[in-house]
Design a protein around this ligand. Structure first.
Ligand code: ISL
Length: 572
């Protein structure tokens, strides 16, 4: 067998530029801001920086609606600023991975503008244009070509009056889906990707890449028969198009082609990670099997769905056994071929310490516990900005505090359909994506060190206590715990490459597992509760004699774990 890939010992850090660091005081983060904070990231020890979209964009979905793939939005700076960021990062041994958003463009992208201009446009077929449902009046409700709902509320089809046809948008109406069936579309994207590699970037995080192949012809999806989330009445919801566009018929072909056209020959230095809502283990095995040359790893969504009911807004209490069952199955599923990416957080998820930990009394300890559990799994860990500080969800008081199109649309549409506004707001507060998008907390100053101006979204008032300046100065902080976890992945081969065995599957509060490589064994035990707990791991007394590699409670050594205590033991 060949050498393990470089990213098996690497940790990726995600920057959401809009919310990371604002260098010019306009209240929005920018590229020069990121460059100015590279020393901080270097101290944390990360290997790769994934940059959420910085391309020209109408910012309908904060840059995930791109109007030019080969430039930088003035909001974030210039191409020269990006070149500078890449150069400065490389000088510190940090790779740069770009967000690749090619399931859709902005409706203001010249490709779509041309496609929309006429049914005879040479680019008409670059997007999904369809006539109204037979026997209906175009433009009337129910005349959409299929009954699919968009991820951001409302139908997934938008009527274009000028041409009398509809175009498909799985996300906002300003994000029309590209037609990957058309080889010209694929060629244009490959070319653009090569252009970025030539510019010095080190890979791509591929946005909803498992949605690019659609089953044809598009047909109606199943409509839920019960009311949804206890708020949206049955009959008022759209059909589920997922079965027609999640991992569609040509997805493996498209990704293998992209690999051959763009990545082949550079595998040894690049990173490709496909974001894939709804992906199954069986599919992920195929996507990440190195012999198939598709992508290095995928983002799956099962473990961030364990606390959700009918939809993401229907929040259930965490059952630890369900979380273990899910992550354990993914560990097993990708043990032989393929590779896991490991994450709790990104710009679409609420903050993990508020979600699966305790963001009150035990904030610091539970944030360290969550980091420990995640980083000791087999796979490549991703740290989302502020996670290394134990940043929490935001205290949004009213719907006016939210900026995210998903939250704003959901509120409007659910309330319109008769839902109780307080209940809808409660869902937003717990699951809304803006929880992850409040400004990075650098210091205790009024703008949190993020901006000298007025931030585009409110700063979390807890920045006076939770901030990077305080954390870097405190050896016991969440920051330094993450730094040690990142270091451990490089120094202890069993962390990166050891095999994985879940223990105590049925235990409702203790998360425990073994990693093994050669004669090295690592045991991780973690108490997901505010009360002491005894890990019922067979032979735990002997483990207590073994080296304690890492813990989050100073001086603790007995057979009992304190509230939110986590330990990593090592023996040979
Ligand atoms: O958070 C979600 C809404 O419930 C997810 O469905 C999310 O939209 C999905 O994971 C896809 O996310 C990616 O593509 C979207 C963009 O809004 C997200 O920010 C991005 O991560 C469309 O480009």
């Amino acid at each position: 067998r060949t050498e393990p890939a470089w990213w098996t010992t690497s940790v990726v850090y995600q920057v959401y530029p809009r919310s990371f660091a604002d260098s010019d005081g306009d209240g929005i983060g920018d590229l020069a801001g990121v460059t100015g904070r590279l020393d901080y990231l270097h101290e944390l020890g990360i290997d790769v920086l994934w940059l959420s979209p910085i391309y020209p964009s109408p910012q309908d979905d904060n840059g995930y609606d791109i109007s030019d793939y080969q430039d930088v939005d003035p909001l974030f700076g210039t191409l020269a600023d990006l070149d500078e960021l890449i150069a400065q990062a490389h000088q510190r041994g940090i790779k740069i991975v770009m967000d690749l958003v090619v399931n859709h463009t902005s409706d203001e992208h010249p490709w779509f503008v041309e496609s929309r201009s006429s049914v005879d446009s040479p680019k008409r077929d670059w997007y999904w244009w369809r006539p109204a449902r037979p026997g209906t009046t175009p433009g009337e409700p129910g005349a959409e070509p299929t009954n699919w709902g968009s991820f951001f509320s409302g139908p997934a089809w938008e009527y274009d009056e000028a041409s009398g046809e509809y175009y498909l948008h799985l996300f906002s109406r300003k994000q029309p889906d590209l037609n990957w069936e058309n080889p010209e579309v694929r060629r244009a994207i490959h070319q653009m990707m090569r252009w970025w590699l030539d510019r010095g970037v080190d890979g791509f995080r591929m946005d909803v890449i498992n949605m690019i192949s659609k089953e044809l012809p598009p047909r109606d999806g199943a409509v839920p028969t019960a009311e949804r989330d206890g708020v949206v009445p049955a009959g008022a919801v759209h059909g589920d198009g997922g079965p027609f566009f999640l991992c569609g018929p040509r997805i493996h072909e498209f990704l293998a082609e992209m690999h051959a056209e763009v990545v082949a020959g550079h595998e040894a230095t690049l990173l490709t990670v496909g974001e894939m809502p709804g992906v199954t283990i069986e599919q992920a095995q195929l996507f990440t099997d190195p012999d198939r040359h598709e992508v290095d790893m995928v983002f799956q969504f099962e473990h961030v769905g364990v606390d959700q009911g009918d939809s993401k807004w229907d929040v259930l209490p965490l059952r630890l056994t369900a979380l273990k069952e899910s992550l354990g199955r993914w560990q097993e599923g990708l043990a032989k071929a393929g590779w896991n990416s490991l994450y709790w957080n990104n710009h679409d998820q609420p903050r993990v310490v508020s979600r699966f930990g305790d963001d009150g009394e035990h904030r610091v300890r539970s944030a360290k516990l969550l980091g420990t559990v995640l980083h000791l799994h087999r796979g490549t860990p991703y740290v989302y900005q502020g996670e290394e500080l134990g940043m929490t969800n935001a205290p949004f008081a009213a719907v006016e505090d939210f900026r995210d199109i998903e939250s704003v649309n959901h509120y409007r549409s659910a309330v319109e359909l008769g839902a109780d506004p307080r209940r809808v707001l409660d869902g937003l507060r717990r699951m809304g994506r803006d929880n992850a998008r409040t400004p990075m907390q650098w210091d205790a100053s009024p703008g949190a060190g993020f901006t000298t101006g007025t931030p585009w979204i409110g700063v979390n008032p807890n920045h006076v206590e939770v901030n990077a300046e305080t954390a870097v100065a405190d050896p016991d902080s969440v920051f330094h715990h993450y730094r040690r976890l990142i270091e451990l992945r490089r120094s202890e081969p069993a962390v990166a490459l050891g095999d994985f065995t879940m223990l105590l599957e049925d235990d409702p509060v203790v998360y425990a597992f073994l990693r093994r490589l050669g004669d090295v064994e690592l045991l991780t035990v973690a108490n997901f509760s505010g009360a002491p707990a005894r890990p019922a791991v067979p032979g735990y007394d002997e483990w207590l004699e073994a080296e304690l590699l890492l813990g989050n409670v100073a001086g603790s050594s007995g057979p009992e774990l304190a509230a939110w205590e986590a330990r990593v033991h090592r023996r040979t």
